[in-house]
Design a protein around this ligand. Structure first.
Ligand code: NAD
Length: 377
């Protein structure tokens, strides 16, 4: 049996989610080969060794470059903070590895383009962690739209709001500094709703945007009484136009009290509408104008074995999947893409387009005007 040997860099929130996904995908899907958790890298050898023990990786290192140059690694999986993605990905591409990177791909579009062109020139296959679009419920939404079941799409309204920084007393982190994070909620959660819209409807061609930092100072964790200046956005709003002629609005906030995983969208077509709410991730609300006029209303579809990928997880409808299951679908795409030599999506180029839109949002906000991106269906 063929093997795909993983080299994981970073073992925080996402490093753990990826590790769970390697285990789950192996158990859930009939993969064309075996996933081997070969080596992980962390900031020092002690932490790396401890995490390798916890996560079940065979080897560990305190130096990510050792991992990247190791001949027994096939995939470099980047789960480190945003500012490290570029250096790590370029090194992995130069070493001829497949690259699986967390989002946002880079701090800005220029860096993302450099990474994309390097991967394409080297013929290296890539995948970026926009996991929410892998949900069977979202795949069902795409199928309904693609079949024309709600007619032609005329509007998309999407949010990705959370409250993980709503408390102004929460301490300063790397996510609040431009050199480490790039933009704020725009690149963190906004990138997911941008990718989601482009997956299920159409590329964004024009944007008019507004950004705001509400909590400008936050306590420094290791200096009592001192604060650090927040350098990026807490809230991001976008009016958008799509290549297919539809219009819409996208928003993201990291200070929206009460929203825990508020990726939500409503798609309106000429013959119906659908609504998705990530906090109820195994449900889709569908309204079709084809119903008798005295029976019209949103109906709730619970995803089940008849919908994409669900049957691999569970034989019973309506039992529901979770966040980590979407990562397992993503890992299935990674492993099958590698073993069948097929492209994966969203790859670096698709993620570059998200970075490009983020840059356009910042330009629009700075200049107070619509920005046009030259993009087509
Ligand atoms: P985190 O802070 O929880 O974990 C980052 C890890 O990287 C830490 O364990 C840290 O020690 C390690 N690290 C830092 N520098 C390193 C280096 N030089 N070498 C090796 N390891 C290093 O962060 P996180 O929340 O896991 O975010 C990581 C990435 O995942 C970010 O790009 C973030 O945007 C993305 N992310 C994606 C999702 C998603 O849903 N797809 C969710 C959260 C975060």
């Amino acid at each position: 049996m063929k093997q795909v040997r993983i080299g994981l860099i970073g073992t925080g929130y996402m490093g753990k989610a990826h590790t769970i996904a390697y285990r789950t995908a192996s158990a859930v899907f009939p993969l064309s080969g075996e996933i081997v958790c070969e080596m992980l890298a962390e900031v020092d050898t002690q932490l790396a060794a401890a995490r390798a023990g916890e996560f079940g990786f065979k080897r560990s290192t305190g130096d990510w470059q050792t991992l990247v140059s190791d001949p027994d690694i096939d995939v470099v999986d980047i789960c480190a903070p945003n500012f490290l993605h570029k250096e790590m990905a370029l090194a992995a591409i130069a070493a001829g590895k497949y690259v699986y990177s967390e989002k946002p791909l880079a701090l800005n579009a220029a860096d993302a383009l450099e990474m994309t062109e390097a991967a394409e020139a080297a013929g290296v296959t890539t995948l970026v962690g926009f996991n929410y679009m892998k949900n069977p419920t979202v795949q069902l939404a795409k199928e309904i739209i693609s079949n024309g079941e709600i007619g032609d799409v005329v509007h998309f309204r999407g949010t990705f709001n959370e409250d993980y920084l709503a408390d102004e007393q929460l301490p300063f982190t790397w996510r609040l500094q431009r050199k480490f994070s790039g933009s704020g909620t725009l690149g963190d959660m906004g990138s997911h709703i941008i990718n989601m819209e482009e997956f299920i409807v159409s590329p964004i061609t024009q944007v008019c945007a507004d950004l705001q930092t509400v909590h400008r100072q936050r306590p420094l964790p290791d200096q009592p009484g001192s604060t650090g200046t927040v350098e990026n956005d807490d809230q991001a709003h976008m009016m958008v136009r799509f290549a297919n002629g539809a219009i819409g609005t996208l928003e993201s906030s990291r200070i929206a009290w009460g929203r825990k995983n508020g990726l939500w969208f409503e798609v309106t077509g000429t013959r119906g509408s659908l609504i998705y709410d990530q906090e109820r991730l195994s449900e889709l609300q569908l309204y079709t104008a084809d119903d008798a006029s005295n029976r019209q209303g949103f109906r709730r579809i619970l995803t089940g074995p008849e919908h994409p990928d669900y049957a691999h997880f569970c034989v019973s409808a309506g039992h529901g999947l979770g966040f980590n299951d979407m990562k397992a679908v993503e890992v299935r795409d990674l492993i099958e893409g590698i073993l069948t030599d097929n492209p994966m999506w969203p790859d670096f180029r698709a993620a570059y387009e998200v970075n490009r839109l983020q840059d356009a949002v910042e330009q629009s906000h700075a200049e107070g005007r619509w920005i046009t991106l030259n993009r087509h269906e």
